[in-house]
Ligand binder design. Sequence first.
Ligand code: TXA
Ligand code: MG
Length: 315
Amino acid sequence: MIGNDVLYAAKLLKQGDVVAIPTETVYGLAANAFNPTAIAKIFEIKQRPSFNPLIVHVKDLDSIFEVAENIDERLMQLIKRFSPGPLSILVPKKSIIPDIVTAESPYVVVRIPNHPLTLNLLKLIDFPIAAPSANPYQYISPTSPLHVQKQLGNKIPYILDGGTCKVGIESTIVGIENNKVVIYRLGGISIEAIEETIGQIELKTESKSSKTPGQADKHYAPKKKIVIGNIKELVHLYSKKNIAVILFGNHDFISANNTTIYNLSETANLLEAASCLFNILHQIENSDADIIITELLPNMGLGKAINDRLLRASK
Ligand code: TXA
Ligand code: MG
C-alpha cells in the first residue's frame, strides 16, 4: 500500500515491520535499527548479502551520539555543516547497534535525512531506523514511490509517499583512514563542497573488498545493457537495435527511427541531472529499448557522482 500516513508508518516500525520511506536522496527500506529481527527482514526483502551493512538514520545531531562514539572532529564538522542532508559518516558504533546492522563491523554509517515526512516519522518513534536503498540488490535505486512499488511492492506492507526525491542520488559517505578524511562513496554532497569545509580529502571509491561503502563493482544497474562512449559512433555500431540514448545538455545528436532520446538536463545543470538519473533509467527499463547508450558528464560537482553511477551500472 502507498500512502502518506506517518502515524501508520510509525506503528508498523514499532511492531518490527519494514516500511519504505522517502528521503531527499532515494527511497529507503526502513526498520528499527535496534531490532535484529526487523533488520533481518530488510536483508531478506532486498536479497542483500549479509556482509553488506546498512545506513542508520537519525533525527538530529544529538541522536548521532546514541548510536556512535569517539567521532572525529572533522567528521563532526562535516555532519554539522551538511545535515540534514545527503552526507553520511562512518564512525565507531555503540554496542546498542546490533551486529547485523553493520555486518559485524565495529563502525556504523549514520546520517540525518532531509525529508519532512521522514523527519516527522523519526520524531514519532524512539529508535533510529536502518535503511538501505529500497531496491533489489544491485538494481536501480528508487526515487519515487512507484519505483518502490514496482520493485518491492508485494514484499512490504507500506510505502510512505513523500513524492519524488529532490537530490536523486545516494548520500556521500565519508570516514577516517590513517587520520585522513576519505570519501568512500560519491553522492549528493560534492567533493568540492566537502573540501571547502575541511580541506583536502582522499578518494577511496574503488576497493578490492566488497565490504566497503557503495563500492561493489556492479551497482545501480538496469537489466538492459548500458554502453558508455561516443554517442554517434555507438548508435552507428548498434544500428540494428532499439536504442535509448541518454544525453546531457545541448547535444547535436539527431534522433533516428531506432532511437529514443532522454535528456538528463537540457540546460546542462548537474543538480537536475542527478535528480532525474534513476527515474530515466527506470523509464527506459519499462520501455522497449534493447540497449542504453550514453556518455560521461563533466567530471565536476555532482557530475562525478553521476559518472560513478553510470560506470557501475555499465559493468
Ligand atoms: O542516500 C542514502 O545513503 C540512501 C538513503 C536511503 O539514505 N541509502 C543508501 O543505502 O544508499 P545503501 O545500503 O544502498 O548504501 C549504503 C552503502 C552500502 O554500500 C554499504 O555497504 C555501505 O553504505 N555501508 C553501510 N554501513 C556501513 C558500515 N558500517 N561499514 C562500511 N560500509 C557501510
Ligand atoms: Mg543502494
